[in-house]
Write a protein that binds this ligand. Structure first.
Ligand SMILES: Nc1ncnc2c1ncn2[C@@H]1O[C@H](COP(=O)(O)OP(=O)(O)O)[C@@H](O)[C@H]1O
Ligand SMILES: [Mg+2]
Length: 367
């Protein structure tokens, strides 16, 4: 999705693809297929590149340090990115700078989890995404899978209080190496089984002081951790204000609405930021934008995707559709839709209908 603004700006991209034919490889001709955990592959890839950036955070921190040491501009840099790679490092750094975080503790044995207190949430420090690496536990017996995964992958385990949040919010900012920052409106996000389902921009009914406080918090985290590019701060809204759940330093699912709903998309501002160009306006183009993810159908059929276009596009000429060129599998994110306008209920109905239609959750009577 960075390829689109890169084309408009005339910025050439070179891609390290993890497998032939992955989404990004379909739209970036200058790509090599290789393993992002292999330093030699990375060194060869970056030869001749002005700047290196990421669309996930799993490139080993030490490899990024090696690239930076040999003179490549790595943005965000490894010392910033490690806070998005490792949830223990992130929690400790946020606590250090006084950002509000859930109560947490690194645990090595089940007895320590019991000591921390059930029910709670266990998380692997590294390697998780879309709820993989997160366990809600109520008894010592529930903890076994988390400890097994942590041990097998050689990562630490974090215990966290189970936060009774009202809802989840996301504060998205862009920051350039020279320090310019831009904050997008704070959005509401809904996760189902740890996977982002829906985003409403801006978060409906959000207290204005809480909204500006969350923006200021995200800007401060970006500055204190020296982030370049997009920083997404996932937040829990509680009765006593917000708590930071986690950080992502790349264009984030909760910012996909900006492609059609903001003056400058998160993908363009990520590019501008890592290239140290002036940032574009993060202001919303319409009172409301709703983003709904399209997941592969639960029936195993996978959904309609391209066959869904005639109905979806005819029903709603203002609908914006983004499909990723992925083979639909149950639960896999294969695209998203954005609907923007003046009326929230209308945007929600249009976006939810289209996503359900593409996912094959609606019958043919909707045609
Ligand atoms: N401490 C917590 N209390 C309550 N819910 C949580 C907590 N931590 C995570 N969750 C839920 O699980 C989801 C995924 O957790 P997260 O830490 O963001 O992992 P991931 O890296 O998979 O996104 C969150 O969006 C939230 O819905
Ligand atoms: Mg998350």
């Amino acid at each position: 999705m960075m390829a689109e603004p890169a084309a408009a700006l005339g910025v050439p991209l070179r891609l390290l693809a993890e497998a032939p034919g992955v989404s990004a490889a379909q739209v970036i001709p200058d790509h090599v297929v290789g393993d992002y955990t292999d330093l030699a592959t990375l060194e060869e890839l970056v030869t001749g590149c002005r700047v290196v950036t990421f669309d996930h955070e799993h490139v080993p921190t030490d490899h990024l340090r090696a690239l930076a040491a040999s003179g490549t501009a790595v943005r965000p840099g490894p010392e910033a990115l490690v806070h998005a790679q490792d949830k223990v490092v992130m929690r400790e750094a946020l606590a250090r700078i006084g950002a509000p975080v859930p109560r947490f503790r690194v645990v090595e044995r089940v007895e320590e989890v019991a000591d921390f207190g059930f029910p709670c949430v266990l998380k692997t420090s590294r390697g998780g995404y879309d709820g993989k690496g997160v366990w809600f536990v109520g008894t010592p017996a529930d903890c076994a899978p988390a400890f097994e995964v942590a041990e097998r992958s050689g990562v630490r385990l974090l215990a966290e209080e189970h936060v009774a949040f009202r809802r989840e919010l996301s504060a998205l900012v862009a920051r350039s190496p020279s320090g310019q920052s831009a904050a997008y409106p704070v959005v509401e996000s809904t996760q189902v089984d740890g996977v982002c389902r829906e985003v409403i921009a801006p978060a409906p009914g959000l207290d204005p002081d809480l909204a500006s406080g969350a923006e200021a918090l995200a800007l401060r985290i970006a500055r204190e951790l020296d982030v370049t590019g997009i920083l997404a701060v996932e937040l829990f809204e509680t009765d006593d204000g917000v708590l930071v759940n986690e950080l992502a330093m790349r264009p984030h699912n909760t910012g996909h609405w900006t492609q059609d709903g903001a003056v400058t998309s998160q993908f363009e501002n990520h590019l501008r930021a890592v290239l140290d160009l002036p940032l574009g306006s993060p202001v919303a183009r319409a009172p409301w934008t709703v983003m709904v993810n399209i997941l592969g159908g639960s029936s195993g059929v996978g959904g309609r995707l391209y066959d869904g276009y005639p109905h979806a596009l005819a029903r709603d000429p203002r609908l914006r559709v983004h499909l990723y060129g992925k083979e639909p599998r149950p639960g896999r994110k294969v695209g998203h839709v954005n609907a923007y306008g003046d009326d929230l209920a209308d945007c929600l109905e249009r976006a939810r209908h289209a996503a359900a239609w593409f996912a094959g959750e609606l019958g043919n009577e909707s045609e």
